[in-house]
Ligand binder design. Structure first.
Ligand code: PHE
Length: 409
């Protein structure tokens, strides 16, 4: 037996356990200084250090058995008492630190319900899209369905079938964009079928294939495509992009039109007038708008007209009026007419049996008139601030029942 042991145990019995307790308290205090996340790790270290197998306490307890029996009880109960007290202090500190950590967490995660919410930015519908939806809603209500055609067209659909023969002077008004390169559809057809075709047919195909593609200059080719399908009667509108090599304050190289076409056995000019007058009243949301049909010329309609609406200009702002007065003026809004017999024939319809009317209008022009947009070019700049001002809520679809004009965003 270690000769120094009884003396050391005696000191413990007399309160030398204070030293162990003192060190233990210092370690507990050090834990309390740590951040909440580190404190729980540090506490675990203190627990192992102070009560684990290698701790000073365990060391003492292990040595009890080696004591002479007259000391064993007294020293044993002193060491046990010390251990109980240290365990209690340890648990108290742990509880205190856990409480502090959760209080800190609650403080950090506190929600200030008086803070105003962050601004939420949702996109807006461009006036062009908005007006297209409005036009579809109005004509949809009159029994028109919406049709589409390609932006890249050929001479036949954009001009020939619409009664613009080659060298027709009206072609010059269209400032057409021509696309470089061969028309692949035709050249493919050539390579597949050339062996069966006579040289005459082949040269005809060759001349077609050497024609360039064009960007459609108006939406009227959709008329041709619809009539060629041969399903009568026809009541369509065709909104879409058009292209002309033209750029100034009132023209942009790309713009939108909406085409309209009605073909059946009995539709006449009176129907055209009442249909378009009803459209203008619905679109501008006025019970009565002064309109006039002014004779005009389009190769694909006969007779042809330009429709004007009556308006007055006050301090730059336009408002539509019912009656013409000395202050009012006529504003051109669309082109229209009865479909030309040559167009019907080019589309395999018999002009002796069917007839109808067509019209075409610029979407941007309609949007500018209705929503007071001054400069056409701003509609294509993609300026977010402009869109926030002139755009529309994407959640309100225009309908005749609920109203065409949704909330401006
Ligand atoms: N396509 C014509 C244009 O672009 C408009 C129009 C369409 C006129 C249908 C009459 C009939 O100017």
């Amino acid at each position: 037996m270690d000769a120094t042991l009884p003396a050391e145990l005696e000191r413990i019995r007399q309160g030398i356990g204070q030293e162990i307790r003192q060190k233990f308290r210092e370690k507990l205090d050090a834990c309390a200084q740590q951040s909440p996340e580190r404190a729980s790790l540090a506490l675990e270290e203190v627990r192992i250090d102070s009560f684990g197998k290698k701790s000073a306490l365990q060391h003492l307890l292990r040595q009890l058995g080696e004591l002479p029996s007259e000391h064993r009880n007294a020293v044993g109960s002193a060491v046990n008492l010390l251990k109980q007290e240290m365990l209690r202090e340890f648990e108290e500190t742990r509880a205190r630190l856990e409480e502090k950590a959760s209080a800190q967490l609650l403080e950090a995660e506190r929600i200030d319900s008086t803070l105003s919410e962050r601004p939420r930015r949702i996109g807006t519908l461009h006036p062009t899209g908005q007006v297209i939806e409005e036009v579809i809603a109005i004509f949809g209500d009159m029994g028109f369905r919406s049709a589409e055609g390609p932006d890249v067209e050929d001479d036949f659909h954009n001009f020939i079938a619409l009664n613009f023969p080659p060298d027709h002077p009206a072609r010059q008004m269209h400032d057409t964009f021509y696309l470089r390169g061969e028309r692949r559809g035709s050249s493919q057809k050539l390579s597949e079928e050339s062996s069966e075709e006579s040289s005459e047919e082949l040269s005809e195909e060759l001349s077609v294939s050497s024609e360039p593609w064009i960007l459609r200059t108006h939406t009227s080719p959709v008329q041709v495509r619809t009539m060629l399908r041969g399903e009568l009667p026809i009541r369509i509108i065709a909104p879409g992009r058009c292209y002309r090599s033209d750029s100034d304050q009132t023209h942009t190289p790309m713009f939108h039109q909406v085409e309209g076409l009605v073909i059946d056995e009995c539709t006449h000019f009176g129907h055209l007038k009442s249909c378009l007058s009803a459209f203008v009243r619905a679109f501008f949301e006025q019970d009565s708008v002064g309109v006039r049909f002014r004779p005009s010329y389009f190769p694909f309609t006969e007779p042809s007209a330009e429709m004007d609406i009556a308006c007055v200009r006050k301090e730059g702002a336009l408002s539509l009026v019912e009656e013409i007065s000395p202050d009012s003026e006529w504003l051109e809004i669309l082109g229209c007419g009865m479909v030309h017999p040559n167009v019907l024939q080019a589309c395999n319809l018999d002009p002796e049996k069917v007839q109808g009317f067509a019209f075409g209008m610029g979407i941007e022009r309609l949007a500018m008139l209705k929503y007071g947009i001054a400069d056409l070019r701003t509609m294509f700049e993609g300026d977010v601030a402009w869109l926030e001002h002139y755009g529309f809520s994407p959640l309100d679809a225009p309908s005749l029942l609920r109203g065409l004009r949704p909330q401006a965003c």
